[in-house]
Design a protein around this ligand. Structure first.
Ligand SMILES: NC(=O)c1ccc[n+]([C@@H]2O[C@H](COP(=O)([O-])OP(=O)(O)OC[C@H]3O[C@@H](n4cnc5c(N)ncnc54)[C@H](O)[C@@H]3O)[C@@H](O)[C@H]2O)c1
Ligand SMILES: [Zn+2]
Length: 356
């Protein structure tokens, strides 16, 4: 079991615990940080049949009064309509300012529940129990919550920090390969940004035996960056490595290509583009691309540089004419580069050169 203590931008601290058996002991874990209260456990239709009873039982044994709300699995549940139903469920359950929402699921449940907890009664406390690798290594750190609007992903949201995050690695046993690969893309990204030892697990090791270490290393890195730059003015932009092409790829595929898979292709694109620009050695780029492949992720981009650049420019909020892209210099070190939006097509085209 590993415990990280995180400090929020407002100076409060909370634990992120990672290990085996945490679902069974969640009642005792929460009893250590809060008095008994009402708890609304929010989950989805895939996760609830697997883990909801276990969590409910553990919380009840520790003296919490539990209620549950299950939404359909999938990104569609990150909607204003489902958010509205969840807020009504909080009210129906008579949750007060001293009560607690628990997000049991992947990034969809974390984002939705965090948002609901952040605005219900102008903010009640919430806890994250991430059950996907992506939620554990990425979505549950940083306090961002959101739902999607018809006009785009994550357009409505707020910052709301949890009072605890509990990653039970046992839950990853039931996670489909495709979802494991989605999380791997973000963990590999963290490795390229800052952590050669994390990258090495994916390059040479057996990640399935190292989830605890993968999550802990990712949490340490992401939480450090988020603490340095809570409002995404500077260094937090590093987390966007591979994401400018990835967002364009997701959009062009009409979201048929999942975020993690698009990030994998995006990482391959920025690696190739960095070699072409003399920033990264070609053997380091080959290592990045082979490691992505080894993790069951794609490196081939089915779209043209021109189409991606058009979509990326549309995607860019505000009237900015510049964009900051992150480029790898070596495994464990990247740089931020500001360029005019008009240069994106040539960057993407460098990144597509020689793709097999
Ligand atoms: N807040 C942030 O900082 C942040 C960061 C990255 C991503 N996100 C968001 O996270 C979401 C993606 O997260 P995700 O990939 O976890 O998606 P998800 O929550 O949809 O989970 C993926 C699938 O796995 C299923 N599942 C979850 N846990 C399982 C388990 N243990 N066993 C079997 N099946 C399981 C889910 O039901 C779902 O079908 C996106 O909406 C994205 O915008 C947020
Ligand atoms: Zn991402």
């Amino acid at each position: 079991m590993n415990t990280q203590i995180l400090t929020t931008p407002s100076g409060e601290t909370y634990p992120i615990k990672t290990g085996s058996g945490l679902l069974q002991s969640i009642g005792a874990e929460l009893a250590a940080i809060t008095k008994p209260c009402r708890v609304m456990i929010v989950s989805d239709s895939n996760v609830a049949p697997l883990y909801l009873l276990k969590v409910k039982k553990s919380l009840a044994e520790a003296g919490f009064f539990t209620q549950t709300h299950v939404v359909p699995a999938g990104e569609e549940s990150k909607s204003a309509a489902v958010l509205g139903e969840l807020l009504e469920a909080f009210a129906e359950a008579h949750l007060t300012r001293t009560d607690l929402a628990v997000a049991l699921g992947g990034g969809v449940i974390g984002d939705l529940t965090g948002f609901a907890a952040g605005c219900y009664l102008r903010g009640i406390r919430f806890v994250q129990i991430p059950t996907t690798l992506l939620a554990a290594v990425d979505a549950s750190v940083g306090g961002k919550t959101a739902v999607n609007l018809a006009h785009g992903k994550n357009l409505a949201g707020l910052f709301h920090q949890p009072i605890g995050v509990y990653c039970d690695v046992d839950t990853l046993q039931t996670l489909p390969e495709h979802e494991i690969a989605d999380g791997a893309a973000e963990a590999i990204k963290h490795g390229i940004l800052d952590d050669p030892a994390l990258f090495d697990i994916y390059e040479n090791g057996n990640p399935a035996e190292k989830y605890e270490e993968i999550i802990v290393r990712s949490v340490i890195y992401k939480s450090r960056i988020v603490m340095e730059d809570p409002n995404e003015k500077g260094v937090r932009k590093m987390l966007n490595l591979g994401h400018t092409p990835a967002h364009a790829i997701e959009r062009l595929s009409n979201f048929a290509i999942s975020h993690g898979h698009a990030v994998a292709i995006g990482l391959a694109i920025v690696a190739r583009a960095s070699v072409r620009r003399g920033i990264l050695d070609s053997d380091e780029s080959a290592r990045i691309i082979n490691t992505i492949r080894r993790s069951g992720l794609p490196v081939f981009c089915p779209y043209s540089a021109a189409d991606m650049a058009t979509v990326a420019a549309l995607d860019k909020k505000a009237a900015a004419s510049d964009i900051t892209v992150i480029l790898p210099e070596k495994i464990g070190q990247c740089r931020m580069e500001k360029m005019p939006l008009t240069e994106l097509e040539s960057l993407f085209s460098d990144g597509l050169e020689g793709q097999a």
